[in-house]
Design a binder for this molecule. Structure first.
Ligand code: TRP
Length: 327
C-alpha cells in the first residue's frame, strides 16, 4: 500500500497558474508514488462564500475539469467532494474541543484572509470561518494522510493539525496519524498587478482555461518596473512581475541581462511571456463533459468515504462513543 497524501482546493472559481505551481503540479508528480486524495473543499469554500452557493456549486466541476487537464489521473488519484463525506463534519466537532479560540484568532493565514474579506465579515468573523482550520485538520486526519503538499500559506494549518493530533492521541489513545507538511518549493505566485497573491477574486490571475487572446491581453496589462518607461531605459527585473513570470517557465538569464542593459522593451517582453504561457497552457485544453466530471467525483467520493468511515469508527471507540458496537 502506498502512503496517503491529501490535498484540497476550494471551489470558488476556475483554477489559475497560482494553483498549478502551488499544488497541482506537485499533486500530479506524487501520483505514482503515493495514494493521492484530492478534495474539492466545497464546505470550506462556503465558509466565506455562504451567500453565493451557486458559485461554489459551479466551481466544483470547474476545479475537477482543471485538475484533470493538468494531469490528475482519476484512475489512480481519488478526486472527491468534501460535503459528501459527513464524517469530516463529525470529526470537526470532536477536534473543535481541542483547539482554543485564541489559537484560531492568531492563525496568520486566517488573519490575512480576514483582512482581504472585510466585505464579507466586517468586524465580526463567523464561527464557521474562524473554525475552518479545525475542519481542515479533520480533512487531513479522517483520511490518515501522512503527507500534505502545501504552499507556505498553509503551513499554520498543518502545524495546528499536528498539534491537534498529538493532543487527541494523548487524551484518547493513539488513533490519528500525524501528517507531515511537504512544502511546495517556489515563492507564491504574485498577481499580474504585482499584488502579493494571485487570487481568483482579485482579478489578477491567469486561469488555466484562459484563451490565448485573453492571456495576451492580461499579460499586456501586467505591472512592470515603474522606473522603466522607455524601451532603452535600464530595467530592474527583480521588481518586475513580468520577469517573475518568465522565471517560472524558462531560464531567464538572457532576459534579465537584456532588461538590465536597456536592450529589451517591456511590450516585446510581455508578448514573449504571453507566447510562453500560451504554449504551456495549450496541452491543457482537453474538453470533459459535466456528466463525466461528476461521475469521476462521485466514484472518488465513494472510495474516500470508506476510509473516512473506518477512521470515525476508530475515533468513536477511542472517545467512548461506540454505543452501537457495544449493543
Ligand atoms: N485551505 C486550502 C486552500 O485554501 C484548501 C484545503 C482544504 C486543504 N482542506 C485541505 C489543503 C486539506 C490541504 C489539506 O487552498
Amino acid at each position: 500500500m502506498k502512503p496517503r497524501v491529501l490535498t484540497g482546493v476550494r471551489p470558488t472559481g476556475a483554477l489559475h497558474l497560482g494553483h498549478f505551481f502551488g499544488m497541482l503540479e506537485q499533486t500530479v508528480l506524487l501520483q505514482s508514488e503515493f495514494d493521492v486524495f484530492l478534495m474539492v473543499a466545497d464546505v470550506q469554500a462556503l465558509t466565506d462564500n455562504f451567500f453565493q452557493p451557486e458559485r461554489v456549486r459551479e466551481s466544483v466541476l470547474a476545479v475537477a475539469r482543471d485538475a484533470l487537464r493538468c494531469g490528475v489521473d482519476p484512475s489512480v488519484t481519488t478526486l472527491f467532494i468534501q460535503s459528501l463525506i459527513p464524517e469530516i463534519a463529525e470529526l470537526t466537532v470532536f477536534l473543535g474541543n481541542l483547539v482554543s479560540v485564541a489559537r484560531l484568532e492568531s492563525n496568520p493565514t486566517v488573519k490575512s484572509e480576514l483582512a482581504l474579506k472585510r466585505g464579507v465579515f466586517g468586524d465580526s468573523v463567523s464561527f464557521g470561518f474562524l473554525g475552518y482550520p479545525v475542519s481542515q485538520a479533520a480533512d487531513i486526519t479522517v483520511f490518515d494522510a501522512v503527507c500534505v503538499p502545501v504552499g507556505e500559506d498553509q503551513l499554520p494549518m498543518l502545524e495546528l493539525t499536528r498539534d491537534v493530533v498529538r493532543k487527541f492521541n494523548r487524551l484518547y489513545g493513539v488513533t490519528l496519524v500525524e501528517p507531515q507538511a511537504r512544502l511546495v518549493s517556489g515563492a507564491r505566485l504574485r498577481g499580474l498587478d504585482g499584488l502579493e497573491k494571485m487570487g481568483k477574486s482579485l482579478g489578477n490571475a491567469i486561469f488555466l482555461s484562459d484563451s490565448s487572446d485573453v492571456v495576451g491581453s492580461k499579460v499586456l496589462g501586467a505591472v512592470t518596473d515603474p522606473l522603466k518607461l522607455r524601451l532603452k531605459d535600464v530595467g530592474h527585473p527583480e521588481v518586475c512581475t513580468v520577469f517573475a513570470y518568465h522565471q517560472l517557465f524558462v531560464d531567464a538569464q538572457g532576459i534579465e541581462a537584456e532588461c538590465r542593459s536597456g536592450s529589451r522593451g517591456c511590450v516585446a517582453c510581455k508578448k514573449e511571456l504571453a507566447g510562453t504561457i500560451n504554449h504551456f497552457l495549450e496541452p491543457m485544453q482537453t474538453e470533459y463533459s459535466d456528466a463525466y466530471l461528476l461521475q469521476v467525483l462521485l466514484e472518488g467520493t465513494k472510495k474516500a468515504r470508506v476510509v473516512a468511515r473506518e477512521t470515525l469508527a476508530r475515533v468513536k471507540r477511542a472517545m467512548k462513543l461506540d454505543y452501537v458496537e457495544a449493543a
